[in-house]
Design a protein around this ligand. Structure first.
Ligand code: HAM
Length: 415
């Protein structure tokens, strides 16, 4: 019979030695809580229309990357490619779009992209959305959350790029200048860039074509069209947070989703290779109205957990100690399971690996050492009779002591 394999770009993840999702979620949720954010969970499946109206009919996400299908009722549904649209839809649906909300979420997202290092078709994001807040202090607050992630995860090799896309008026004036300038480049655009020119010319600014990039570098820059308040915001971000994070002003940063207005930002790391961006976000003041809601200015970001895992300091965020608990035969397994249950209930920070089978002690010790166990708890015939356990240290000193059950519980609590 033919074997069935997983879908390309959707790997199975076994987390026995790098439990990155749990570890990162623990650190990130602590940071989010410290900013008084509330967790929200929206469905993985939404109506396709939601993503067409939010990320934009001209975006790569909707044009090439979305997983859509008709359900049994002939309704077009899509696996969510990102989290912002679902969160805003949910707030509008609950008629909460007249208030302020500070939310965070995490979960799987789906995009039909060409898989490579750090790029998958199913990946996990953690995201933050501050809804109902106008430009100003919420922009600083969002960067402050990003800054905490940089500090807590020691992302020293990373840079935070920022830009401002202006408001509707500035964007319009800038675009007409840009199009005028691009007339001199007529005919030389490749296929994908010509498409961008027709659908969303601002996206040409992040073209991969080096000749076009050089040409645009000498052309009009959005920064020259910004208002004093908008320039002041960029200055403030740099002066308040520049001490903690390397911040770079990048006038070619436009982001790939159509809903952005105002501040946009992206964090990149030199350790990631081609897919160097691991966090992205910005302001999206019109999205609520585009989805039929009230005026609800907002700003947010999302961070890719697989990419974050590739660049975070190679140390374990929380190096849980491993202890191996073995018996010399299966005959004492009932007592051993009782003790193991008691020990775990007093310290869930330890990974207690148990082996109460009839395999040889030598094999069990070898396995414990392979697991990186700090100690092995051994229960043999003698220990079973005397109601004790022998603790063997795997450190260099290699000491061995015999403890009563009460003593071992105390020892375990304080490891
Ligand atoms: P995004 O830049 O499309 O923004 O995605 C955010 C992050 O998700 C990226 O920086 C990257 O780390 C990760 N990511 C994206 N695609 C993939 C992939 N194929 N494989 C692995 N990781 C990936 C958004 O999604 C916006 N919703 C962010 C936002 C929230 N803006 C405002 N609020």
């Amino acid at each position: 019979m033919d074997k069935i394999s997983s879908i390309r770009g959707m790997p199975d993840v076994f987390q026995s030695d790098t439990n990155y999702l749990a570890e990162l979620n623990e650190v990130l949720s602590k940071i989010f809580l410290s900013h008084n954010l509330i967790e929200v969970n929206t469905p993985i499946l939404e109506q396709t229309e939601l993503f067409v109206r939010s990320t934009g009919a001209t975006s790569d996400i909707v044009n090439k990357e979305i997983y859509s299908f008709n359900d049994r009722n002939e309704q077009s549904l899509s696996l969510r490619p990102e989290g912002t649209a679902g969160v805003v839809r949910s707030i509008i649906q609950k008629k909460l779009d007249n208030a302020e909300h500070k939310l965070w979420y995490q979960g799987p997202m789906f995009r039909y992209e060409r898989p490579q290092k750090g790029r998958f078709r199913q990946f996990n994001q953690a995201g933050v959305e501050l809804l109902g807040f106008e430009e100003g202090s919420s922009d600083l607050e969002i960067i402050s959350i990003v800054c905490d992630i940089f500090i807590e995860l020691e992302l020293e090799d990373s840079v935070l790029k920022i830009n401002h896309l202006g408001d509707k008026d500035t964007k319009e004036i800038f675009l007409s200048e840009l199009l005028k300038y691009l007339k001199n480049y007529d005919g030389k655009l490749n296929e994908s860039d010509s498409e961008k020119l027709n659908k969303n010319p601002l996206r040409l600014l992040d073209s991969k074509d080096s000749e076009l990039k050089n040409f645009l570098n000498k052309g009009p820059k959005i920064i020259d069209f910004l208002s004093p308040e908008q320039l002041n915001l960029l200055d403030m971000i740099q002066s308040v947070f520049g001490k903690y994070v390397e911040i770079e002003l990048d006038s070619s940063l436009v982001r790939g989703l159509d809903y952005y207005t105002g501040l946009v930002f992206e964090a990149v790391s030199s350790n990631l290779g081609a897919q160097d961006s691991f966090l992205g976000g910005g302001r999206y003041d019109d999205l609520s109205q585009d989805l039929g809601g009230k005026e609800m200015p907002a700003i947010g970001f999302a961070i890719g957990l697989e990419r974050l895992n590739l660049i975070k300091k190679q140390k374990n965020i929380k190096a849980n100690k491993v202890i191996s608990f073995v018996t010399t035969s299966s005959k004492m397994s009932a007592l051993a399971f009782k003790i193991a249950q008691l020990l775990r209930s007093h310290n869930y920070d330890i990974r207690l690996e148990t082996n109460f089978t009839d395999a040889s002690l030598k094999a069990k010790l070898r396995k414990a050492s392979k697991l990186g166990a700090k100690f092995v708890f051994i229960m043999g015939d003698e220990e079973f009779e005397s109601e004790t356990i022998t603790v063997k240290s795997f450190d260099e000193d290699g000491y061995q002591v015999n403890m009563t059950f009460d003593e071992i519980l105390d020892f375990y609590k304080n490891i």
